[in-house]
Structure formats: structure tokens, C-alpha cells
Design a protein around this ligand. Structure first.
Ligand SMILES: [Zn+2]
Ligand SMILES: [Zn+2]
Length: 425
């Protein structure tokens, strides 16, 4: 038997109803904030990610699906391609390539789609996973650097949580500074770590040399007291970064968006500047982060574009759906009606009635004239249909149908012209 590749999975009904519900709410809520959809290719030049996401990150150094794409014609070059491990680099690439900044307007873009990372297989982690993300990017003159853009993105996310009905989330907020002040913090961290790193776990010891900020992500219980005593980034922010962060917090306070400042939250990607954030959810256990994001004021320049500050986030759709399932959110709608042809030659009449109902916006399914009535009713029950509509010769002749409420057992005869309205009500 050929099975789905390890680390991938099939999303099956009825679960897909919840996925569709989430995506429908995303489109509704994001549209209210004037975001528009962008769709970028699922594979890009490897260089985009090594330059955009950063060579030092786990994503680029260990987790990418990369292959040599051989030239097929003289006009082509052999190139290194990669399945996108995240979508921000692709969106910024598209922003640069299509000169979206020329309008002088902020670009408010969102995407929904699969991303690919060769992670070690573990519960709740998939090698093909789905992200819902958004980016606000544009020339500085469009206000892309303003703290209110950060606050607006966070406000939109809390609206989305309300729209999907998710409760029990926590928003963690931090500032990781800019190219000016973060190196000073890095230096302070490196110096502080030199004194204590022998007491830390092996991952921390390695990170203390390569990327000291990553030490702050360590989850090893024995390391926590030492890490909590390390210098905090807030003490090293320069004037510009400090006022920017204070303003983001002040707007959130005014909007009534609840958050907690977490000085250890630095996120796994090198491109973040200033504001970073995460939403966690208690039902998700150790992998409690459900979405994360931040500002990336230097990313466009890093991949060869103009100055275009921006802020964005990505929601792990797999995890959001998991959190919703944990609180038993039901999204599957019952099937309104099961049309049952009864007797030889009635299939086409049933099909005609089904077509009329479907045109009127009613979802229906159809049985078969060869089924005995008992089998049709059993099928209707398995499908979870609300009503059974019987199409026998007498009904066709009378142009009125016997309709049975499958829960109460109540039956009535309803004229063809009234049937759609009855089923919709
Ligand atoms: Zn700064
Ligand atoms: Zn550690």
C-alpha cells in the first residue's frame, strides 16, 4: 500500500469543514482591514531564503527541501530551487519584482497556503503545513514604519480570534531593537553568557557562540533561572526603538487589546526588527505558539530591493485548527435534504428537482431508484440530512413532494414552487 509520506497528512472531511470555516473568517476579517490576497509560487530560488531568512537559522541550515533543477534547454540555467519554508520572503520578493511600492501606498497583503520544512517528525509538526499570513509593506512615506501599523495588525488578529470563536489565547509582545541597538545587546548577552554558559545545556553552549539571542528560546527547565537573570533587551533599546515600542503598547492599551510583554521572545528568524509577537494557546501543550510575527524593516534591502519597512505574521493553520478542535468548535453544516427517487424511472425527476434546489442555493444529495425506501432512509441518516424528499410517480404527477423531517419524523406535502423556501427556512 502506498501511504502519504511521513510528516505529511491528508485533511479529510468532516475536518476540512473547520479549515474552510477558518479560511472564510480570515478572508472576511482581513478584508475589513483592507487587506488583499497575494499568491506566490510554492518554490523559489534557494538564494531568496538564504538571503532573506538567514543562513544561520534552523530553517535555512537544516529544514529546507532544496534541489538542483537541471537546465532543459540552452536558454535555461541549472539552478538551485527550494520549496518555500515560509511566505514572507516570497511576498517581499514579489513586492520588489512588481515594484508595488511605486504607487506610494501601503501594501496590505495576505496569503493562505502550504509551506514546507524538513523538521524532525513529532506530534503536531508537519513537513507540509499550512500558514495564513499577512504583510504590511511600503515606502516609509506611506507610513509603513509607524507603530500604528503594528498595533493594527495585532488588533486584526484579535478580531480574527473573536470571529473564529477561539478563547484562552495570550498575546506576547517584545521589541528586538534595530541594526543600531541590537548588536550592543548581542554583545552584552555574549559577555554575560561567557560567565555562565558552562552551566547551560549543550544547545545553549553552542548558541552562546553562534547566535546568543537564541539562548533566550531555551526551554530546558534547569536553564531557566540563569537565562532569566541575563541582561534584558529593553535595557539596550535606543531612543527610536524605545519610543516605537511604547507607542505600539499605548495604542493597544487604548484599543483594549490584552498583551503581555515577554523580554525573552526574540523569534526564530533573523529578519525581525523592533516589534515581535506571538499568540499562544493553552491547549497546544509544548508547541503552544499558534502564530507569530514581527517587523522586518530591513528585509527588502537584504534581498536587493528598495527601503520598504514592513510588519507581518504567520498563523500556523494546523495549530489554530487543533486549538479550535480542542474547544470543540463545530463547523460542519448538516445536509439540508436528501432527495429519494422511488420506483423505476424516477431518477431523472429526482435529478431535476435536485438541480432546482441546488440552483436556489440548497445543498442536497440524491439517492437512487434501485434503493428500497429503507436503504434510502438509512443513507439519509448516515449523511446527517435534515429532511428526506420523496420523488415517486404520484409526487411527480402532483408536482408536490412528500417531505419528512428526519429528526421529528413529521411529514408533509410541499409544492415544488415552495420547496426551496421550506428547506432554507
Ligand atoms: Zn534601535
Ligand atoms: Zn538551554
Amino acid at each position: 500500500m502506498i501511504k502519504a509520506v511521513r510528516g505529511t497528512r491528508d485533511l479529510l472531511p468532516p475536518d476540512t469543514a473547520l479549515w474552510n470555516f477558518v479560511e472564510r473568517k480570515v478572508r472576511e476579517v482581513f478584508a475589513r482591514y483592507n487587506y488583499q490576497e497575494i499568491r506566490t509560487p510554492v518554490f523559489e530560488s534557494t538564494e531568496l531564503f538564504s538571503r532573506g531568512v538567514g543562513e544561520e537559522t534552523d530553517i535555512v541550515s537544516k529544514e529546507m527541501f532544496t534541489w538542483e533543477d537541471k537546465a532543459r534547454a540552452a536558454s535555461e540555467k541549472t539552478q538551485s530551487l527550494t520549496l518555500r519554508p515560509e511566505n514572507t520572503a516570497g511576498v517581499v520578493r514579489a513586492y520588489i519584482e512588481h515594484e508595488l511600492g511605486r504607487s506610494g501606498l501601503l501594501q496590505k497583503l495576505y496569503y493562505i497556503g502550504p509551506q514546507f520544512r524538513r523538521e524532525r517528525p513529532q506530534k503536531g509538526r508537519y513537513r507540509q503545513f499550512f500558514q495564513i499570513g499577512a504583510e504590511v509593506i511600503g515606502p516609509q512615506t506611506a507610513g509603513s514604519e509607524l507603530p500604528m501599523r503594528d498595533a493594527e495588525a495585532l488588533d486584526m488578529l484579535t478580531s480574527l480570534m473573536d470571529a473564529v470563536g477561539l478563547k484562552g489565547w495570550t498575546l506576547y509582545l517584545n521589541s528586538v531593537g534595530c541594526q543600531e541597538c541590537r548588536p550592543r545587546y548581542n554583545q552584552a548577552l555574549r559577555e554575560a553568557l561567557a560567565g555562565v554558559k558552562d552551566k547551560l545545556c549543550s544547545d545553549c553552549q553552542r548558541r552562546a557562540e553562534t547566535n546568543p539571542l537564541r539562548v533566550l528560546d531555551c526551554k530546558v527547565p534547569e536553564d531557566q533561572d540563569i537565562i532569566n537573570a541575563l541582561p534584558k533587551i529593553a535595557e539596550y533599546l535606543d531612543e527610536g526603538c524605545r519610543t516605537h515600542f511604547a507607542e505600539v503598547c499605548a495604542i493597544l492599551d487604548t484599543l483594549g487589546v490584552p498583551y503581555q510583554v515577554n523580554p525573552r521572545m526574540v523569534r526564530g528568524l533573523d529578519y525581525y526588527t523592533r516589534t515581535t509577537f506571538e499568540f499562544t494557546h493553552g491547549e497546544l501543550g509544548a508547541q503552544s505558539a499558534m502564530l507569530g510575527g514581527g517587523r522586518y524593516d530591513g528585509l527588502s534591502e537584504q534581498i536587493g530591493g528598495p527601503k520598504a519597512p514592513g510588519i507581518g505574521f504567520a498563523i500556523g493553520e494546523d495549530r489554530l485548527v487543533l486549538a479550535l478542535q480542542a474547544q470543540q468548535t463545530e463547523a460542519a453544516e448538516p445536509l439540508p435534504a436528501f432527495v429519494m427517487p422511488l420506483g423505476k424511472g424516477t431518477n431523472r425527476h429526482a435529478m431535476k428537482l435536485a438541480r432546482e434546489l441546488r440552483s436556489a442555493g440548497i445543498a442536497v444529495d440524491v439517492s437512487d431508484e434501485s434503493f428500497r425506501l429503507k436503504k434510502s432512509f438509512e443513507t439519509a441518516e448516515k449523511l446527517g440530512a435534515k429532511y428526506a424528499v420523496i420523488v415517486g410517480e404520484n409526487e411527480v404527477a402532483a408536482d408536490a413532494f412528500n417531505v419528512k423531517d428526519l429528526k421529528s419524523g413529521e411529514q408533509k406535502t410541499i409544492a415544488r414552487a415552495e420547496l426551496a423556501a421550506f428547506l432554507a427556512g
